[in-house]
Design a protein around this ligand. Structure first.
Ligand code: PLP
Length: 418
């Protein structure tokens, strides 16, 4: 297939999409007048403009032009429970009955903290934030204070929030990153650890055991074990970013890998769909926030113990995120990946899929193919993230997965046959 073919196919896909969505097109133009780019979360943009959601129920989205989609984007893993889990809805309604704009402590933040400490093996004590980004910022600051050092080890393609985002090793620097002294090492590469730990002032290493936004790349147990050993040898704290990966097992990926983290960060789905983040870890480190134990750090945040979030997260943990449901959604994700591995192996197109459990990502070294696949799926009522990312929710069924796999397979045959 030649280049002009692909360009023409992409142009036709965009034209088809545009014609079918006049309301979303108009809404986009209106939005652009007051929101640069037409949105307030850049990842939600795609060409020619994103559809606007009118309703979100279970695993389905309906846009303002009346199209409905099976949601395989799953709010980039924050939507593990689907769009409107009943147990969370009831808990929020109950919480609202006793008032929600509270500038004082209340019992709900303790209930949530107890559940999180019980669930995650390496979290003795925890504090809440408003986002995963903030949780990582707090964890880094805490680790540097604890060690009295300045260096922060991170990995290529690591994503820990919009101000903690690392691309290719030699690629451009994100101008919005916070100004810590970052040392960037190659991900899942034991030999790269030599250079990282040659830094004698390394206070912490921040890592995802499976890179989520970085393309659903699982690290090997060997790499993570070696990283843990080097951290121990050098007195460097290991911060495990489990904002996404905690969905892979009831006690997070740390339970799955048997990995010991000094600090763990959480977010996304654990808030039951509400604004949420948390950082926690070894009692000795978290004690920096306890004035009664001689701690000198303070953690601010007007909405850290927001009543609605606390209630939603407790309900999510008690009623929705059962070990059985976690196991089922991850098994379904493994099935999905196995099926698409087979589809791509049978095809001559440069496409492949990586991931673990319910977190998966379709890759291509031809961006126009990814664009075509993305639009083909939209045409067929399936929404994935534009970058190929697929995050299952507990509302996705085996039949939904079959629909996705068959739609991709049929598309690979038509495109490859052109
Ligand atoms: C999404 C994400 C964050 C940032 O969380 P926000 O709530 O969006 O700020 C941090 N780390 C990882 C691994 C994430 O996937």
């Amino acid at each position: 297939m030649c280049r002009s073919d692909l360009d023409a196919l992409v142009a036709a896909a965009h034209e088809r999409y545009r014609r079918a969505r006049p309301r979303s097109a108009a809404a986009h133009e209106r939005a652009r007048q007051v929101l640069p780019g037409g949105n307030t979360r850049s990842v939600l943009h795609f060409e020619p403009f994103p559809f606007r959601v009118a309703e979100a129920r279970g695993s389905r989205l309906t846009d303002i032009d009346g199209h409905s989609y099976i949601d395989f984007c799953g709010n980039y893993t924050a939507g593990l429970l689907g769009h409107d889990p009943e147990g969370v809805r009831r808990a929020i309604h109950r919480a609202l009955e006793s008032g929600w704009a509270v500038g004082a402590t209340h019992p709900r933040e303790v209930e949530l903290a107890e559940r999180i400490c019980a669930r995650f093996p390496n979290i003795d004590a925890v504090r809440f934030t408003n986002s995963g980004t903030e949780a990582n910022l707090m964890a880094i600051g805490t680790a540097l204070h604890h060690t009295g050092r300045t260096g922060v080890g991170v990995f290529d393609h690591g994503y820990h929030g919009g101000v903690l985002s690392f691309g290719d090793l030699d690629g451009p620097h994100n101008p919005l990153n916070v100004p810590h002294r970052f040392v960037v090492a190659p991900y899942d590469d034991e030999t790269g650890l030599d250079a990282l730990f040659a830094d004698t002032d390394l206070g912490c290493v921040l890592i995802e055991a499976v890179q989520g936004s970085g393309g659903c790349r699982p690290a090997t147990v060997e790499f993570l074990t070696e990283l843990r050993r080097r951290c121990d040898d050098s007195g460097t704290l290991l911060i495990l970013d489990e904002v996404m990966t905690s969905r892979l097992a009831p006690g997070g990926v740390q339970e799955l890998y048997g990995l010991r983290a000094d600090l763990t960060t959480l977010g996304k789905y654990l808030g039951g769909g509400m604004t949420f983040g948390a950082f926690g870890g070894r009692a000795e480190i978290m004690a920096h926030f306890d004035p009664g134990a001689g701690g000198s750090l303070t953690q601010a945040g007007t909405f850290n113990n927001n009543v609605v979030t606390m209630a939603a997260a407790v309900a999510a943990l008690d009623r929705e995120l059962t070990p059985e449901r976690i196991a089922a959604v991850n098994a379904l994700g493994d099935d999905l990946r196995a099926a698409l591995v087979a589809v791509f192996e049978d095809s001559t197109l440069p496409l492949w899929i990586t991931g673990l459990g319910s977190m998966n990502c379709i890759h291509s070294d031809e961006p126009r193919l990814s664009e075509l696949l993305f639009h083909h799926l939209l045409d067929h009522g399936i929404y994935i993230a534009r970058r190929g990312f697929l995050a299952l929710s507990v509302e996705i069924t085996e039949a939904d997965v079959t629909t996705l796999v068959e739609t991709v397979e049929e598309w690979t045959r038509t495109v490859a046959g052109r």
